[in-house]
Design a protein around this ligand. Structure first.
Ligand code: GSH
Length: 211
């Protein structure tokens, strides 16, 4: 049995949950209460010593880190969201890494300061927001070009790369991130959020918490 530990407001942890749904895996998901620091409890640290969500347990295998979990789930399912061909897998990996290191991190900067900080009583850092906005603007043109082809980051089918992009932008609306300068991506995200694998998790980001 596969168990995914996640939190509905954590975009890294939504990535493997979307993958499990898109690849038709039989799995269970468990919310880790970040507000009570459950991620630092002894029980949880025995699952993921990094003390973060997501984590996955599959029989006697326990791992953290969303990208590693995502690849494992995709391989386990045998679904075509990844590839057994090492050259094609590398092309998909390239996009996943681009999204994680150049998109998700900047969405995260903006989200933390605009949405999370006020919730937890931290002081928002405008310089970090500005950096996030600037780096997003620098990198989104690559996404616009890629999605203008077959409507996917790689090839003509849904892959881990597309799911990484949807997960990266989960806090788009709560963090009021204006990406109207990237119209292809804007329309694509709204369409992806209507897909069955997305709707099986939630109708929109934060729905579980009444947002
Ligand atoms: N590189 C990690 C990032 C995971 C991460 O930062 N998770 C955050 C939530 S978005 C977390 O668990 N924070 C709680 C903490 O650090 O105590 C991954 O991709 O899985």
């Amino acid at each position: 049995m596969t168990t995914l530990y996640y939190h509905p407001l954590s975009n890294p942890s939504l990535y493997p949950v979307f993958i499990a749904e898109a690849s038709g895996l039989d799995y269970t998901r468990k919310v880790v209460n970040l507000q009570t620091q459950e991620q630092k409890s002894d029980d949880y640290l025995s699952v993921n010593p990094f003390g973060r969500v997501p984590a996955m347990v599959d029989d006697d295998l326990a791992i953290g880190e969303s990208s590693a979990i995502g690849r494992y789930l995709a391989r386990k399912s045998g679904s075509d969201i990844y590839s057994e061909d090492m050259r094609e897998a590398a092309l998909i990996d390239q996009w996943v890494e681009f999204v994680v290191h150049h998109i998700r991190i900047n969405v995260g900067r903006i989200n933390f300061n605009r949405f999370i900080a006020p919730m937890v009583g931290a002081e928002p850092d405008q310089a970090s927001i500005d950096l996030g906005l600037r780096f997003l603007a620098d990198n989104l043109p690559h996404i616009e070009v890629a999605l203008s082809g077959d409507g996917h980051l790689h090839g003509d089918r849904l892959t881990l790369a597309d799911i990484a992009l949807v997960a990266a932008f989960e806090p788009q609306h709560v963090a009021k991130i204006d990406i109207s300068y990237a119209p292809v991506l804007s329309e694509w995200l709204e369409r992806m959020r209507q897909e069955p694998w997305y709707q099986a998790v939630h109708t929109h980001f934060g729905a579980e918490l009444g947002l």
